[in-house]
Design a binder for this molecule. Structure first.
Ligand code: PEP
Ligand code: MG
Length: 321
C-alpha cells in the first residue's frame, strides 16, 4: 500500500520480505556528503580519500600531501554527517594511473599492474601511519561506526600488513580488505583470517579478471559487470564472508544498477555502496522483490553464457514473478 511505497522511497534498504541490505554512498570528500544524506544513504560505503590528496598535490605542487591536521579536519566533516551510521574509509589509492608525485612512480610500463594502492602505502609506511592516525583522531568522541579498508589487497600477507598497521595506529575501527584482484576473491577466506570484512571493488575486479584496461573504450564489453565470470568471483567472496560470519559489500559501479543490485543481493552481498543519485532507484528495485527471487535471478545470471544473456535472464526471472 501507500505506506509501504513511502517507506520504500525513503527508508533503509531491504527486499520486500525484509532482508536488510544497507544502502551506502560513495563519496570523495566532505562536498559529497549533502547529496548522500539527501538520498537517504545509511552511511558511506566508500570514502575515496585520495581525492583530498590529489587536490592538495595540485595546490602544493609536487612536494607533498595534506598534513595530518588537514586530514583530520576533512575526515571529521564526513564522519560527523553520519552519527550512528557506518562510514567505510578507504586508505589512499594512488598509483601511476592515479599519480601522486610524492608517493608513486611515474615510469611504470604497466601502471595498473604496478605499485598502486596498498602496495604504494606499504612501501612508504609513514604515509599510511599518518593517515590512520588522522582517522583515529577524526573519529575520537563521535558515535560513528568507523571502518577502514585497503585497496588492492592481493593475498593474506597484504591483509595482515594492513591489519598490523591499523592496530599499531591504535585505531578503534573495523578494518577490511577490498576485493579487486581475482586472487583475493579466490582466497577470500584466508583474507578473513586477518581482517574483519570484505568490500568488492567490481571496477578493478573486472579489469583484472578480463585483463582489460578499465580506461580502454574499445574493451568496454569486458568491463560489463554482468559478465558471469565476474558474478562467479562475487559469489566466491560473498560465500567466504558468510562461512566466516563476516560481511561482504560491493562498492563498485555494479551496485548502482538496480537490476544488478538485486542479483548481487541474491549472490549474498551484504551491503551496496554507490553514487548518491542511484540510491533511490536501487532502494525501489530491492523493495519490489523477495530475497528468494533475487537468489533465483542470481542463479539464472550465473548460468548464462555472456553479459547480455545474464542481464536478460535476471530480468526474465524478476519481471516474471
Ligand atoms: C573499484 O575498483 O571497483 C572501486 C570501487 O575502486 P575505484 O573505482 O576507486 O578504483
Ligand atoms: Mg578500485
Amino acid at each position: 500500500g501507500r505506506r509501504a511505497a513511502v517507506a520504500a522511497a525513503t527508508g533503509p534498504g531491504a527486499t520486500s520480505d525484509g532482508h536488510r541490505v544497507p544502502l551506502l554512498a560513495n563519496v570523495g570528500g566532505p562536498d559529497d556528503v549533502a547529496a548522500a544524506v539527501a538520498a537517504g544513504a545509511e552511511g558511506v560505503g566508500l570514502f575515496r580519500t585520495e581525492v583530498l590528496f590529489f587536490e592538495r598535490a595540485k595546490d602544493l605542487g609536487a612536494g607533498q600531501g595534506p598534513s595530518e591536521e588537514e586530514q583530520v579536519a576533512a575526515y571529521r566533516r564526513v564522519l560527523e554527517a553520519f552519527p550512528e551510521g557506518r562510514v567505510v574509509v578507504r586508505v589512499l589509492d594512488a598509483g601511476a594511473d592515479k599519480p601522486l608525485p610524492f608517493l608513486t612512480a611515474d615510469d611504470e610500463p604497466n601502471p595498473a599492474l604496478g605499485v598502486r594502492g596498498l602496495r604504494a602505502l606499504l612501501a612508504r609506511p609513514e604515509v599510511l601511519d599518518t593517515q590512520l592516525r588522522a582517522l583515529a583522531r577524526a573519529a575520537a568522541g563521535l558515535p560513528v561506526h568507523l571502518e577502514v579498508m585497503a585497496p588492492m589487497v592481493a593475498d593474506r600477507a597484504d591483509a595482515r600488513a594492513f591489519a598490523d598497521a591499523c592496530r599499531a595506529a591504535g585505531l578503534d575501527a573495523r578494518y577490511g580488505a577490498m576485493v579487486e584482484i581475482p586472487a583475493a576473491a579466490l582466497r577470500a577466506r584466508a583474507l578473513l583470517q586477518e581482517v574483519e570484512f570484505l568490500s568488492l571493488g567490481t571496477n578493478d575486479l573486472a579489469q583484472y579478471a578480463f585483463a582489460a584496461d578499465r580506461q580502454a573504450g574499445a574493451l568496454a564489453r569486458h568491463q560489463d559487470p554482468w559478465q558471469p565470470a565476474l558474478l562467479d568471483l562475487v559469489a566466491l567472496a560473498a560465500d567466504a564472508a558468510k562461512a566466516e560470519g563476516s560481511s561482504c559489500g560491493v562498492c563498485g559501479e555494479a551496485a548502482a544498477e538496480p537490476l544488478l543490485a538485486c542479483v548481487l543481493t541474491g549472490l549474498g552481498v551484504t551491503s551496496l555502496s554507490m553514487a548518491a543519485a542511484a540510491i533511490p532507484h536501487v532502494r525501489a528495485a530491492l523493495a519490489r522483490h523477495t530475497l528468494a527471487q533475487c537468489e533465483r535471478a542470481a542463479a539464472a545470471a550465473r548460468a548464462a553464457d555472456g553479459a547480455a544473456q545474464a542481464r536478460a535472464a535476471a530480468r526474465a526471472v524478476l519481471s516474471g514473478e
